[in-house]
Design a protein. Structure first.
Length: 271
């Protein structure tokens, strides 16, 4: 009986070891599979999504420029663009700037009309017409912000601002001396306009005011070029800047006329 008991135990051990061995072999033989690759179509569909084109920014070139550089403001485009902008409160400096520029643009118009009557040179009449649209552009802003218009009297040579009144009288007296002096007065007025506009642009954060001032600034540069060219052609004289620095003046007269937007059919849309 003892012998049988040992035999059974031995047999049981052998069977148990066999089972464990088979289990171990089964674990080893299980193949390791890799994660399935992402189908090519999945990555391609990302590039197939259509992205809409960006909406074009509003046209900010409000000028109409002819071949001689006479630069007018498109008042219809101005009203459309400005009316879509947010209007906020003005500082005292911003309000004073608009009121002053309203009369300063009138001064340019009035001087040019007066010198045209005296010298009968088309450039004075042509640029005077452009200056009318410039002062009208400022009037649009005065109305927008509820400011009182200083041009209570639109008579030529009459100004509320005493400094502008004195400047008008001085420039007309100078321009009456000769055609050469008259054309130099034209350049001087545009120099003054450029400096004043640059000053007022730096003093405002209102996009609509900056927009109008920038377009007027472009007009002043073009008118300066036109007067300088006419002075050289009519008299052979070379103008020396009276208000602008020599470098700034040279940069302006050394560059081409800045054309207007597509409304005039021959422009490149700005500077």
């Amino acid at each position: 009986m003892k012998t049988h008991k040992i035999t059974y135990q031995l047999l049981f051990s052998v069977v148990l070891l066999s089972i464990m061995g088979l289990a171990a072999c089964s674990e080893v033989s299980v193949p390791v599979t890799e994660a399935p690759a992402v189908p090519a179509e999945t990555t391609e569909t990302i590039t197939d999504i259509e992205v809409p084109e960006a909406v074009a920014a509003p046209q900010t070139d409000l000028t109409i420029v002819d071949e001689e550089g006479n630069t007018s403001i498109d008042t219809v485009a101005l009203e459309t663009v400005v009316s879509s902008m947010v209007v906020g409160d003005l500082t005292e400096v911003e309000a004073e700037g608009l009121i002053f520029m309203r009369e300063e643009e009138k001064l340019a118009r009035d001087v040019y009309l007066t010198l045209y009557d005296q010298w009968d040179i088309p450039i004075f009449q042509n640029i005077a017409r452009s200056e009318q649209t410039h002062t009208d552009a400022i009037k649009n802003l005065l109305d927008t912000y509820g400011l009182v218009d200083p041009m209570v009297n639109d008579k030529i040579g009459v100004f509320i601002n005493p400094d502008l009144q004195a400047l008008y009288d001085q420039l007309v007296a100078q321009g009456s001396q000769s055609l050469s002096e008259a054309l130099k007065v034209g350049v001087a007025i545009e120099e003054i306009d450029i400096l004043d506009l640059e000053k007022y642009i730096a003093q405002t954060d209102h996009a609509d005011i900056q927009l109008v001032y920038e377009n007027l600034l472009k007009g002043s540069r073009n008118h300066l070029r036109a007067f300088v060219t006419t002075l050289q052609r009519q008299t052979g004289e070379t103008y020396q800047p009276q208000y602008l620095s020599q470098d700034v003046y040279d940069a302006i007269v050394g560059s081409a006329i800045e054309r207007g937007g597509n409304r005039n059919g021959n422009g490149n849309g700005g500077k």
